[in-house]
Design a protein around this ligand. Structure first.
Ligand SMILES: [Zn+2]
Length: 297
């Protein structure tokens, strides 16, 4: 059975050898210590690629026989080139796929390298974990910002977190500066800007206690997610939606589903489902490997 190396590159590099959509022999992580989380941010692109190469070699073991490498990273990716990378801005414009395969070749390894958006990789990992590599999977990650990934892999842009979900001029908390975006309502950073006197946890707790302002916000938060999901359903069709990220703890599924029911009325589009899923490094690494596997077909 073909072996692939899956790698994710964000605050750290996480790599694993993937066989039959399972990680063989555990994951490797660079930097290993949590207090070194800025190590990559300060690294020039050449050195990042070098480190990627080291990690790939390390997980591949002594045999060095694998069919391809898949790298998932946050940003806009096109044809193996990083067009935009908000977390690692030095990568902007770099042909990471080409650079990494050249590095590997220097060390005697011929392996194609595939680059994918990490949120799409996550969607692919969820699909692989559930044996659903033949269906459309979409995933929202609710964290500092709002991520959106979809599977199957295709060329294109779907910055779902920046879906406009309100026409209210006052809605301008999105990290990108755009008005009315879902991230400007749901993102952790945006919530802190809105409630300068309360942490998001306190807001949702107060909503539970019946605080009117907080309860109104809780409704807005769920309406925003329902609206962005409904827009995606109307553009791409029904199917499975997953929710992940550290703020899924705020999700009230019945409330979300109630708003969705109000927003999606065409019966052929009503066969969608929403499910909360754990966001783990392993799923993302497997998804990155799936991108390499599918590129090789
Ligand atoms: Zn935005």
């Amino acid at each position: 059975m073909a072996k692939y190396v899956g790698v994710t590159l964000s605050e750290r590099i996480v790599a694993g050898l993937v066989v039959d959509h399972k990680v063989l022999g555990g994951l490797r992580s660079f930097p290993e210590a949590a207090d070194d989380e800025y190590a990559l941010v300060e690294m020039p692109t050449d050195q990042i690629v070098q480190t990627l190469c080291d990690e790939v070699m390390a997980v591949a073991g002594s045999e060095h026989k694998f069919a391809g490498v898949g790298v998932g990273l946050p940003g806009l990716i096109r044809n193996g080139v990083v067009e935009e990378a908000p977390n690692l801005p030095q990568l902007k414009g770099a042909s990471v796929a080409e650079m990494l395969s050249a590095q590997l070749r220097e060390r005697g390894i011929e392996a194609p390298v595939t680059l994918a958006n990490d949120a799409d990789g996550f969607a692919a990992g969820i699909a692989a974990a559930r044996g659903k590599l033949d269906s459309i999977i979409r995933v929202w990650t609710l964290g500092m910002g709002i991520g959106f990934g979809r599977y199957p892999f295709t060329e294109g842009v779907w910055e779902g977190g920046h879906t406009a979900v309100t026409l209210d001029d006052k809605e301008r908390f999105c990290g990108c500066g755009g008005r009315g975006h879902v991230e400007g309502i749901m993102g952790h950073r945006a919530m802190r800007l809105r409630f300068l006197d309360m942490e998001p946890d306190e807001v949702f707790e107060a909503a539970k206690q019946g605080d009117v302002r907080c309860l109104e916000f809780k409704k807005l938060w769920h309406k925003a997610l329902a609206a962005a999901t409904a827009n995606s359903i109307h553009m791409t069709g029904a199917g499975k939606f997953f929710l992940a990220g550290f703020n899924v703890r705020f999700v009230d599924l019945p409330m979300l589903k109630d708003y969705l029911t109000q927003m999606v009325k065409m019966s052929p589009l009503q066969s969608y489902s929403v499910e909360i899923v754990e966001d783990d490094a392993e799923t993302r690494v497997i998804g990155a490997a799936v991108s390499a596997e599918q590129a090789g077909r």
